[in-house]
Design a protein around this ligand. Structure first.
Ligand SMILES: Cc1ncc(COP(=O)(O)O)c(C=O)c1O
Length: 399
């Protein structure tokens, strides 16, 4: 036996929740059964073509590093983009990151030391859990109850979780995995708590514009009273359908925070050159593409809601934003149901892969009867997927 051993944090970090299902999916596909994958947020839409035009026209003979705070025209394009939401950031308030994922990691490390605490709301986008293990930061969860459509508890309830070690609170709005849209009142509650207890607010606004039923996009950075507290982590992945471009950003008015993040950014040198260039025209004229995108997701949200309403025993409220619908199903162990769907069940030669919710919770025992559906495919396929889900649940319950 080798004496070499990887770090404790390396051993503790969880593998991607999806990975454990892949062997089942592969075996099922080998049998000729089509697996409709609505488990991850990897959408099928075509990104803005201006992005590719710039990349195809690149005439450089070399591919140099770019400045750590970004190619100036790229950073300026984010600046222009943010102005639409009443956020007038200086250039030094914006640093590109390799997706929102890196933005989160930079923000967490900028405000917390190992052993310090980050207040989060569960269910929670699972990468935060891995980042916490990687950085030695402790996540302290506050439950957003499914039964109350993920409404924020009272300030007093939240404050019970604050200790001397708490440094920041995370808000994801619109939210993955719940599809929750935070109300003005809820945001104000978090801002008031942050100010009272001197906490930073890490505001993950990956899905900013993807809000339904006429709700207008906003940014917590537009809240002047909260300016010094807020660090926005943002991304082109979802609003421009380009997750593979790995283009995100950290943005804040807090000069200490941005100075710190710049030092981290210098250590990792820079973000990809071509993708920064490609994103410039897209950010400078984001509205036409995003308006169409939101309309499309709205339609899909409705298709999902219509399909789910026809499944006995399913409990849900239509998502208010992002690209996910979370729901309760009448089973004890949704992971077992997902496994059944992808390894034992098919309907007219097809089956559906969704995500069990338990991995989105930090507190053990929660989310075992919940699943998440990502509406990342065409409405016609989603409609079919909901029928397959209905038949699958019927078959599972009859076992
Ligand atoms: C809430 C949330 N934050 C961050 C990310 C990471 O996004 P990116 O592709 O920009 O790294 C995702 C991706 O699904 C997400 O849902």
């Amino acid at each position: 036996m080798s004496k070499l051993q990887v770090s404790k944090r390396g051993r503790d970090v969880i593998a991607s929740p999806i990975r454990k299902f892949l062997p089942y999916v592969q075996a099922t596909e080998k049998k000729g059964i089509k697996v409709i994958k609505i488990n991850v947020g990897d959408p099928d839409l075509v990104p803005p073509q201006d992005f590719f035009k710039v990349i195809r026209a690149y005439a450089g003979k070399t591919l140099p590093y770019t400045p750590s705070p970004g190619i100036p025209a790229h950073t300026a394009a984010w600046q222009t983009y943010f102005k639409q939401f009443g956020v007038d950031l200086p250039m030094s308030g914006i640093i590109p990151a390799v997706g929102c994922a890196e933005a989160i990691l930079l923000a967490m490390q900028a405000v917390c030391d190992p052993g310090e605490e980050l207040l989060v709301f569960e269910p929670l986008y699972a990468s935060y859990k891995s980042f916490a293990v990687m950085t030695g930061i402790k996540l302290v969860p506050v439950l957003l109850p499914f039964e109350k459509n993920f409404a924020l508890p009272t300030a007093a309830e939240i404050e019970k979780k604050i200790t001397k070690k708490t440094k920041a609170v995370v808000v994801i709005n619109p939210d993955n995995p719940t599809g929750k849209l935070w109300t003005e009142k809820e945001l104000n509650t978090v801002v008031a708590i942050a100010k009272k207890h001197n906490l930073f607010i890490i505001s993950d606004e990956t899905y900013r514009e993807i809000r339904f039923d006429g709700k207008k996009p906003t940014s917590l950075l537009a809240n002047k009273a909260a300016r010094e507290y807020v660090i926005v982590c943002d991304s082109a992945s979802k609003r421009f359908t380009m997750p593979g471009a790995r283009t995100g950003v950290v943005a804040s008015f807090n000069t200490d925070v941005m100075h710190t993040i710049l030092k981290f950014a210098q250590a990792r040198l820079s973000t990809p050159t071509l993708e920064q260039l490609g994103l410039i025209p897209v950010l400078n004229n984001s509205k036409p593409y995003v308006t169409k995108l939101v309309k499309e997701y709205h339609k899909r949200r409705d298709v999902i809601a219509e399909g789910l309403a026809k499944i006995p025993g399913v409990v849900f409220k239509p998502a208010q934003g992002a690209i996910y619908q979370s729901l309760q199903i009448p089973v004890k162990e949704s992971e077992d149901f997902v496994k059944f769907m992808i390894s034992e069940f098919s309907y007219k030669g097809k089956t559906v892969m969704v995500t069990p919710m338990q991995d989105f919770y930090i507190t053990p025992g929660r989310g075992h009867s919940e699943i998440r559906v990502a509406y990342v495919l065409d409405s016609k396929i989603l409609k079919e997927a909901m029928e397959i889900l209905r038949e699958g649940l019927k078959a599972y319950l009859a076992k």
